[in-house]
Design a protein around this ligand. Structure first.
Ligand code: DGP
Length: 114
């Protein structure tokens, strides 16, 4: 845990409401600024700043993050599709430096993204 990381605090239950999903490795919670009818963030409980800092040791964890997102999408009734996004670095639009996957759904997504 990084003491100054807002997502570490959410994973530890120190701030925020009840998570959408949580296990020993992953926490999912609603985005504070939703961009779609369903907008959930999934994070590893372990602090990793961005995809650039992930190591081979994190591969299983990141796979678990993706599969958990698919399970949550099913639970949310997103059978007709959804989008998973991992903004990375300033040019990628990352504003919180703890790896997170945006799960967006409930409307038709446009491409290319902004
Ligand atoms: P990104 O720009 O990809 O780093 O996305 C960060 C997202 O995190 C952004 O959509 C807003 C969300 N967010 C930031 N702070 C909080 C918070 O304290 N609680 C929740 N639930 N979401 C947050």
């Amino acid at each position: 845990m990084s003491s100054d990381c807002i997502f570490c605090k959410i994973a530890a239950g120190k701030i925020g409401g009840p998570p959408v999903y949580q296990d020993e490795a992953i926490t999912a919670f609603k985005d504070i600024n939703p961009q779609a009818p369903v907008h959930i963030l999934l994070i590893p409980n372990k602090h990793i700043s961005s995809m650039n800092e992930a190591t081979a040791e994190d591969e299983a964890l990141l796979g678990q993050l993706m599969r958990t997102a698919a399970q949550i999408a099913r639970n949310e009734g997103l059978g007709s599709g959804y989008r998973l996004v991992a903004n990375t670095g300033p040019d990628g639009g990352q504003s919180v430096f703890h790896i997170h996957l945006h799960l967006l759904g409930g409307r038709r997504m446009a491409w290319p993204p902004g």
